[in-house]
Design a protein around this ligand. Sequence first.
Ligand code: ADP
Ligand code: MG
Length: 425
Amino acid sequence: MISMDSFLSLESLTAADLNGKAVLVREDLNVPVNEQGKITDDTRIREALPTLRHLLDAGARVYVTAHFGRPKGDTLEARSTDALRLKPVAEALEKQLGKVITYAPNAITPKDWLAQHPAPEPGSLVLLENSRFHPGEEKNDTELARAFAEGIDIYVNDAFGAAHRAHASTEGVAHHAPKTIAGLLMQRELRALARVVNDPQMPVVAIIGGSKVSTKIGVIENLLQKVDRLLIGGAMMFTFYKAQGLHVGDSLVEDDFIDVAARLLERSEGKLVLPTDVVIAEHFPKDGDAGVIETVPASAIPEERIGLDIGPETIHYYNNWISESRTLVWNGPMGVFETPPFDKGTRALADAIAKQSVTQAKPEGKTYSVLGGGDTLAALSQSGMDPDAFSHVSTGGGASLEYLEGKALPGIAALKQQAATAGGA
Ligand code: ADP
Ligand code: MG
């Protein structure tokens, strides 16, 4: 049966379908770690738990594969650096699951594991080593994809955050496993994003910020066709200002993209909204200090001053748009949130959005809000905001951006293709 998402999901399988089955789960466990190798944010591990628990409770024999960091080199030996082993992840996962798991530092695929051990017992879990240690992972090598599928009854792709990469463990394996389905996190992410993009309740407001317009042109172009207003913030606003002939002082500008910014403004028919005032300082923050801080209108940024946040007037009228919205999508901080007080714009908008978001605790909320972006999430966690205060917070920065650009994500395309073949059979 093909589900309404046009791929099969874990929800559609009963415990009997899973009991005793060998299942390979691709998770996104690429958590940030500090210099001591300590995990600084375990969101991705926590988000993986529902799928893993579901499989373990049903008595599946579970292998988990995931990547970690960016190993370099041409050979397995060169790429297998101790700092990028999944050991800390294994420890955190075991703690979170409340269940002993097996960490397999010498096996990347089920094939590697089976060469040395019997299959995992029903209801137990083997965490395979960093998939990117294998030089074939990022090349989507066919032999490696086959090794991932070896001895497997079902492949579950739950790694939304890695779905924009056509790698052996995210895409290739789907073509070799007897059955390919989406995990619970994958499904949740796709439902939330589809709700924003495909059939949103109007008015729809998008907020796009961050450092560079160049990384978000595709998103802005695609969203402009779908939203009522697209509010700009972050450093990219200065490239738009320059496109309008305004002076931006020492603010961050991408000179090569001024033309693109001008074209986006022209084509947007007034939907693209720029900040009217800016918080400026003497220099980019160093050790928490940026010199004298002032707020000026967009048209009055002096020489030798740098814009670091949106101003109070902008917050006020962006908040008006937020309060009007029934659907809202946000990617990219409004300012240099890492250094207070330049986190003010980002925090103010986050507060306003949270107040009216539809959530599990507040189903009567007005606005369905979806947030994504690595630094956007970092900004929220830095200001102590609860991710549950929004309708959906995406675990996939790059993947959510590509989805919002309207691109097909290879990992998801493979799920759909497999479902279509299975459904036709
Ligand atoms: P995300 O990861 O959420 O997609 P980006 O990576 O695009 O966001 O951008 C985040 C970065 O943008 C942050 O490090 C932030 O400090 C920076 N930034 C925001 N506003 C400015 C500004 N006015 N000047 C310089 N950098 C800025
Ligand atoms: Mg970023």
